[in-house]
Design a protein around this ligand. Structure first.
Ligand code: ZN
Length: 265
């Protein structure tokens, strides 16, 4: 029997944009993990939303992708919004990093209007007596505004947030690196303007309902073929049936290597 070790992040091509979905499920899934992805560029790792239990979810992706990942490799967290299926793992990431002296605080990229609400959500669990640092004690907070172009500290990597239409303040984004780009809808109803924002991306990761606040699967099917073929759907209910839905679903634990002229697995 051969026992292989996972590939190390440092062994990935630093000039290529990689995507590793941790979860593609909806808020009430029993068979998938909550929707979250890792973006890997230049040897750096950006966690998009934080599912729970975070290290367990990352371990499952590590096994499927044969790529070593864990909460210690996350350089930055980008939070799309404050629903629990997208941010329940923030507490675990914060505690894990703070109480491991060898590890740094990860950057937290969050819309400026959500910094106080996030701490309001966490403070009863994460406040430490005598310590008034609040959320800053756990994360290097970097706020963004609509229309910003963010570099996230990775040379050549640009992330452009865009507001979506959900129940609460929520942002998707376009991420670009070395001529390759990914559009990420996060949670949203179908928005023609969002599709237009993503139209030149090589891969588009899109919410696929059903339900209020999410994207009607039929709306994606009505898009032109050149857009449809670039879409991978996510935030899937357990009843999602790939066999009867013509657009491909994003795969948990599959390492995608993004090329400027399309994407290859
Ligand atoms: Zn949501």
């Amino acid at each position: 029997m051969t026992i292989s070790s996972p590939v190390k992040l440092a062994d990935l091509d630093p000039n290529r944009l990689f995507l590793l979905p941790l979860g593609v499920g909806s808020a009430f899934t029993r068979i998938r993990f909550h929707t979250s992805v890792l973006l890997i560029a230049g040897g750096r790792v950006v966690l998009v939303d934080a599912p729970a239990p975070l290290r367990r979810v990352m371990y499952e992706a590590e096994k499927k992708a044969d790529l070593h990942i864990d909460a210690n490799v996350v350089d930055a967290l980008f939070l799309t919004h404050l629903h629990g299926d997208h941010c329940n793992g923030v507490e675990e990431l914060g505690f894990f990093r703070r109480f491991n002296p060898a590890l740094s605080r990860p950057a937290l990229h969050i819309h400026e209007s959500l910094v106080a609400p996030l701490w309001h959500r966490l403070e009863h669990a994460m406040s430490i007596e005598g310590d008034h640092s609040g959320l800053d004690g756990y994360f290097d907070i970097r706020t963004f505004n609509d229309g910003d172009q963010m570099d996230l500290g990775i040379p050549g990597f640009v992330l452009e947030p865009i507001r979506t239409n959900h129940f609460i303040t929520c942002h998707g984004f376009k991420a670009s690196y070395q001529g390759a780009s990914i559009g990420y809808s996060s949670d949203t109803t179908f928005l023609p303007g969002l599709i237009d924002f993503f139209k030149d991306c090589d891969l588009i990761l899109h919410d696929c309902g059903p339900g209020a606040g999410h994207t009607d699967p039929a709306a994606l099917l009505a898009l032109p073929e050149e857009i449809r073929r670039k879409i991978r759907v996510m935030h899937l209910v357990d009843e999602f049936d790939q066999a009867s839905y013509p657009i491909e679903a994003l795969e948990e634990g599959k390492l995608y290597s993004i090329e400027g002229s399309g994407q290859r697995a």
